[in-house]
Design a protein around this ligand. Structure first.
Ligand SMILES: Nc1nc2c(ncn2[C@@H]2O[C@H](COP(=O)(O)OP(=O)(O)OP(=O)(O)O)[C@@H](O)[C@H]2O)c(=O)[nH]1
Ligand SMILES: [Mg+2]
Length: 585
């Protein structure tokens, strides 16, 4: 009854036989003429001839052939899921859905990715199509599909399809199904399961529905459905609108804003409450220091303790003694002579523009020293002849025995580490670099002797107090300094340098006491005045003068300098040059 025209077909037949366990040539088989080309097998069938394909009793005629190719026939038959229909063209799934041959012809043409949502068999076709037409790893993919069939995932998938029908809601359900189905296999070569499901949902409205409805019916149903959806949407919209209006005030939608505004206004008028957030007031916190004049200029009226009677009364009480050191310092009222000295020598922290306006060249080192617009021959213009001379280093001593012979009147510079002793030597002579300086305390570790034109001997002492050195070493420095200032012959003056910011420390007082005992003349010099306000320079000067009132060896006046700006250097130079002039060895 049928013609076997190619070896390829015979191979298929053999495979089907192997899979089914029986021959496909049974007497009950029906014969069907099938155009392979139309079936979508044209690609494989080069001749494109019509062939007779036998169908078996379960009606898996066309599909059998397809299944054989895609390796699905055995599975279909073994499951025996398909209801025998009187029409051989129809395959009926266990879910009651049917698949039309013609439908399949169209659906599986080419890639075969199109299929209707006809239930389980469609799902299987779909899987087969995807795998079968991928072209490669045929058997392997077939196995995978079988595995999918065994999964719960596919049954879920199929159920979803069954329920979805053609009402336009199928996509969601297909997608759900897809997710389950896709557990085993997510993508294919030609298209993903997602694309299949989309195409299925797209085509679902065009096909016959499971209950036998035609396209018109479908369209009507779809329209009804969309109408329903639209209605639902509108209802939703209305509901939300109603809700909103309920939230505000019913039947006052249009004037809602107006009323709100009016309410707001009324409330504001009543000054009971407003919708506006109360503005935060900025709180200005003032710390009252009656004598705090840190940022004031000298010409400002400075309230003093004397001028303030309340403060005067309090001064006798115990509270005043409990004032912090800082507060006590701020309570100091400098004398007019000190204030005028500070102003004349432009001491204290100043703006650069002030120096510029005064005609100083701030690009030079210590521009305030002596010579505005100073040039390379600036040293020649130093008023004091002793300091015009060249500064030369000639001796360093770690122990008293290595001190040089006292041939010249000596001026020593003592003080805590990092107070600016070495810098002051350079600044006085305007010879930068002769004496080594560093921002690291403890650079000078020996007593260094400098000759200034055979007229004066300037001595740079090591610092005491904090320094980057061992305790024993520092103690030895202190001992050496004490020995030098107390025993050195030819020492005419010790310039005791005090950092203006920090004032005198206990070790400074120790050295003062020592010099007092040894009757060594010493003069206090405030350094780094450029780091504090002018008023604080004056206060510090006043404070130190007060503490030295009873000291006999202390030489007045107290000097204030800044090696950086050169402020007060000229005055100090004048004072020190007098030593050389009147000194008698
Ligand atoms: N702003 C400012 N800095 C200064 C002044 N004098 C010195 N300095 C800085 O203070 C630091 C210490 O200066 P030195 O001259 O080495 O101090 P020193 O007293 O010799 O220190 P030791 O040798 O360790 O005892 C350096 O970085 C200087 O630049 C000054 O008048 N104003
Ligand atoms: Mg030094």
């Amino acid at each position: 009854m049928y013609q076997e025209k190619s070896s390829k077909y015979s191979n298929l037949k053999k495979r089907a036989k192997f899979a089914l366990g029986k021959s496909v040539n049974s007497s009950r088989d029906k014969v069907e003429t099938l155009d392979f080309k139309k079936k979508g097998f044209g690609g494989n069938d080069r001749r494109g001839q019509s062939r007779r394909v036998k169908t078996d009793e379960i009606g898996s005629n066309v599909e059998d052939e397809f299944f054989k190719r895609s390796g699905r026939s055995d599975n279909m038959k073994s499951k025996n899921d398909y209801v025998r229909g009187d029409r051989s063209k129809r395959v009926v799934g266990d879910n009651g859905s049917s698949v039309d041959d013609k439908l399949h012809k169209k659906e599986f043409r080419g890639r075969g990715l199109k299929s209707s949502n006809r239930g389980r068999n469609v799902g299987e076709f779909q899987g087969n199509e995807i795998n079968g037409f991928a072209g490669r790893d045929f058997d392997m993919k077939r196995k995978r599909i079988y595995a999918n069939n065994d999964n719960d995932g596919e049954s879920k998938f199929c159920n979803k399809v069954k329920v979805s029908g053609g009402n336009g809601l199928s996509r969601t359900r297909w997608n759900e199904g897809k997710e389950e189905f896709g557990k085993g296999k997510q993508t294919t070569r030609r298209g993903s399961l997602d694309s299949v499901s989309r195409s299925q949902s797209r085509h679902s409205n065009k096909r016959e529905t499971p209950d036998g409805g035609d396209r018109r019916k479908n369209t009507e149903r779809r329209e009804n459905m969309s109408g329903l959806l639209r209605k639902n949407g509108e209802a939703k919209y209305e509901t939300s609108k109603q809700l909103r209006s309920k939230q505000t005030s019913p039947a006052e939608d249009s004037e809602f804003g107006k009323k709100k505004f009016q309410n707001k206004k009324n409330l504001a008028d009543d000054s009971v409450a407003t919708f506006d957030r109360p503005r935060r007031k900025r709180r200005l916190i003032r710390i009252e220091y009656p004598n705090d004049t840190a940022n004031k200029r000298f010409d400002d009226s400075i309230p003093t303790i004397d001028n303030n009677p309340e403060q005067k009364d309090d001064s006798d009480t115990e509270d005043n003694t409990e004032l912090s050191k800082n507060a006590q310092f701020r309570a100091i009222q400098p004398s007019p002579s000190i204030i005028s000295f500070v102003e004349e020598n432009i001491l204290g922290r100043r703006r650069e523009i002030e120096f510029r306006k005064a005609g100083y060249n701030i690009e030079l080192s210590s521009p305030l020293d002596n010579i505005p617009f100073s040039t390379s021959s600036e040293r020649e213009r130093i008023e004091e002849s002793a300091f015009r001379n060249k500064l030369t280093f000639f001796a360093a001593a770690k122990v008293s025995s290595s001190f040089p012979s006292p041939d010249l009147p000596e001026i020593a510079f003592a003080g805590r580490s990092n107070v600016g002793k070495s810098s002051l030597l350079n600044s006085l002579t305007r010879q930068w670099g002769v004496v080594r300086t560093s921002d690291k305390p403890g650079l000078t570790q020996t007593i260094n002797f400098f000759n200034l034109g055979s007229k004066l001997c300037l001595v740079d002492l090591p610092g005491y107090g904090f320094a980057y050195a061992k305790e024993e070493v520092k103690e030895s420095w202190e001992e050496l300094v004490k020995e030098y200032v107390s025993t050195r012959e030819g020492l005419k003056r010790v310039c005791l340098l005090i950092d203006t910011k920090w004032g005198m420390k206990p070790r400074d007082h120790e050295l003062v006491d020592l010099m007092e005992r040894s009757k060594t003349k010493y003069q206090m010099v405030l350094t780094k005045t450029d780091l504090v306000f002018p008023i604080d320079v004056a206060r510090r000067a006043m404070q130190i003068e007060e503490s030295l009132k009873t000291k006999k060896s202390a030489v007045q006046p107290l000097m204030m300098v800044s090696s950086k700006t050169g402020a007060g250097i000229r005055s100090l130079r004048t004072v020190l040059s007098n030593i050389s002039r009147f000194a008698r060895l």
